[in-house]
Design a binder for this molecule. Structure first.
Ligand SMILES: Cc1ncc(COP(=O)(O)O)c(C=O)c1O
Length: 398
């Protein structure tokens, strides 16, 4: 079937990122290893973004930046169009990344030794930000229901103590690929209301929904929830511009916003001129590209899913409702260090241990299909080597 994106957009071309400034590719620059660990994509950003950057660079003046008024308007309009969420420009706090914001949140609210709760497995900065902010981290394993992960509300109720101050949510959830339904978030957020928690909702992957469903921002679930929620978003994942350092928080409650700004002052800068330029072009002009990207990622996801289910039986994975990250269960192989094992066969994955997901690996499938196909063949060879006695001898499982 001929698809829209195959006519207009090209995600198939392989761009050689070896020997560039790419964090993802540089780790293996002298080795034949396909990097599928860190979460950026091997696609060029949308042409309007590239052109806007060219124009901005051509001006040749790179002074201190403030957010372009048009960008603020575009974000306000986007929140309304997508979520019927009426935000005010003053609620926006511009940032160089979502991770600094997670750290600011963990410093800003509550005192030393107070607690932060979050659901695991989860993106590692959720685990490191609380202790860095002198808080005690309490983790609650996600529960599995009908082959998908979900929040364990009962356990959350049990884990919350008189010292719990902050709830960190990741929706869509890296690494498990969940796009939580309204009722799931509502239930958890109401617990946050009942216990007077600050809710920090990292929604950086909200424009990468693959299953046709809708993203529900936590702060849209009612006034009481909105008043305690800090929403974190960015164009970086969706439009492949994480190296340009542009993100924002939406904080309705002026008290929470003032505290947030105070803690970041002098430590966390705003974003930079090129980040703002790219962000504006992406949100204003990048939608056709994004729609095509979603089609491409959805097909890549299906390729990975079918491969894992049909061809490397000991491995398994759930559907990826959102993100471009597959969370693969390798426990049946009994490998103490699964990512190290697959790396020997030429594929670099993130080890689940870093997410508090022992025995899992995270695979980033946002790459041209030819690279994906090669990577999957390497995974197959790795798994097959374990089945063959000679293979076992040749490759010591790590
Ligand atoms: C849930 C989540 N939050 C934040 C980030 C990174 O944020 P930033 O690069 O804006 O600091 C990622 C990157 O993978 C992520 O998955």
């Amino acid at each position: 079937m001929m698809r829209r994106m195959e006519i207009s957009f090209d995600f198939d071309t392989v761009h050689d990122r070896r020997g560039t400034d790419s964090l993802k590719w540089n780790r293996y620059r002298d080795r034949d290893v396909i990097p599928m660990w860190v979460a950026d994509m091997d696609f060029r950003s949308p042409q309007p973004v590239v052109e806007a950057l060219h124009r901005r660079v051509e001006q040749g003046i790179f002074g201190y930046a403030s957010p372009p008024p048009e960008l603020v308007q575009v974000v306000v309009a986007t929140m309304w169009e997508k979520y019927r969420w009426k935000i005010e420009p003053s609620w926006l706090v511009w940032l160089p990344g979502v991770v600094p914001a997670l750290n600011v949140v963990c410093q800003a609210y509550g005192g030393q030794g107070d607690e932060v709760v979050t659901f695991t497995p989860v993106y590692p900065p959720f685990l490191t930000a609380p202790p860095r902010g002198t808080k005690v981290l309490r983790t609650i394993p996600l529960r599995r229901e009908s082959n998908l992960y979900t929040f364990d509300a009962e356990r959350l109720e049990r884990e919350i103590s008189s010292r719990t101050r902050i709830l960190l949510l990741c929706n869509p959830h890296n690494p498990v690929g969940r796009r939580y339904e309204r009722e799931e978030i509502e239930r958890i957020a109401q617990i946050g209301v009942a216990h007077d928690l600050v809710i920090c909702s990292d929604e950086i992957h909200c424009d990468l929904i693959l299953d046709g469903g809708s993203h529900v921002p936590t702060a849209t679930l009612g006034a009481e929830i909105a008043a305690r929620t800090i929403t974190l978003m960015a164009p970086s994942k969706t439009f492949n511009i994480p190296g340009l350092n542009c993100a924002f928080a939406i904080i309705e409650n002026p008290e929470l916003r003032t505290k947030f700004k105070k803690v970041r002052e002098g430590l966390v800068p705003g974003t930079n001129v090129l980040g703002y330029t790219a962000c504006l072009a992406a949100y204003r002009d990048g939608e056709p590209w994004r729609a095509a990207l979603i089609d491409y990622l959805r097909d890549n996801k299906e390729i990975v899913r079918r491969f894992i289910h049909d061809e490397v039986a000991p491995l398994s994975m759930d559907d990826v409702q959102a993100t471009y990250l597959a969370w693969i269960d390798t426990r049946a192989l009994g490998l103490p260090k699964p990512a190290r094992f697959f790396e020997q066969f030429g594929v670099a994955l993130f080890d689940g241990r870093e997410f508090q997901g022992e025995g899992f690996v995270r695979l980033n499938f946002a790459c041209p299909r030819s690279i994906l196909a090669e990577a999957l063949q390497r995974l197959r060879r790795a798994v097959e080597s374990l089945a063959k006695p000679s293979g076992r001898d040749a490759e010591v499982p790590l």
